[in-house]
Ligand binder design. Structure first.
Ligand code: SF4
Ligand code: SF4
Length: 194
């Protein structure tokens, strides 16, 4: 089963530390250099705020992933219990973005070692004249694979509002539910409550 990260709306205080940490974790250069170069800070999770809820939302790493199923160039693959984007294959067609039931896919400019990449064949008109067109690709939560301290959002959250849902978590969750069912049934049987 794929691993994914789930935010808890009952704990989240809406401080946005997770969004900032996610952006910094994917900068591909230092924060200082990013500031100097005016690089955009792009988060792969999204803090949702409504009148009734504050909750971080990110990719659920679906088992039967709609994004991977619609991708016509095979740019989304399964690797290490996670759905991974092969940026070099992505052509920015946006089918995955429309297919995602959680709205957790964004199309973002691609940077390599802090440098923006541009398309070979297309230009855009601007007030400054004809400019190179940015190379835009699909981006989503990658569980911070390869990061020494694991997912940055979990590391910084002051409210302990995330849980990693992996096979161990599921097994414990199911076990706890079974124990509590047994206790409830035993209580009803011996006290006569229904
Ligand atoms: S860091 Fe934690 S408390 Fe702050 S917005 Fe993110 S989930 Fe909510
Ligand atoms: S696990 Fe990493 S990539 Fe995914 S939302 Fe958290 S910080 Fe962003």
């Amino acid at each position: 089963m794929n691993t994914f990260i789930l935010g808890n709306p009952g704990k989240c205080i809406g401080c946005k530390a997770c969004e900032i940490a996610c952006s910094v974790a994917h900068l591909d250069t230092s924060v200082v250099k990013a500031n100097e170069m005016n690089l955009p800070f792009i988060s792969r999770l999204n803090l949702v705020r409504t009148s009734s809820v504050t909750m971080p939302i990110q990719c659920r790493q679906c088992e039967d992933a709609p994004c991977a199923n619609v991708c016509s160039v095979g740019a989304i693959v399964h690797k290490d219990n996670c759905n991974v984007v092969l940026e070099e294959k992505c052509i920015g067609c946006k089918e995955c973005m429309l297919a995602c039931p959680f709205g957790m896919i964004d199309m973002q400019p691609k940077f390599t070692e802090g440098e923006a990449e541009f398309q070979v064949g297309l230009k855009v008109e601007s007030l400054q004249g004809e400019q190179k067109k940015a190379y835009v690709v699909m981006q989503k939560c990658d569980l911070c694979k390869g990061r020494a301290n694991g997912p940055a959002c979990i590391e910084v959250c002051p409210a302990d509002a995330f849980v990693i849902v992996n096979p161990d978590f599921i097994r414990k969750n199911i076990h706890d539910k079974r124990v509590s069912s047994a206790q409830e049934i035993a209580k009803r049987k011996y006290t006569g409550n229904s």
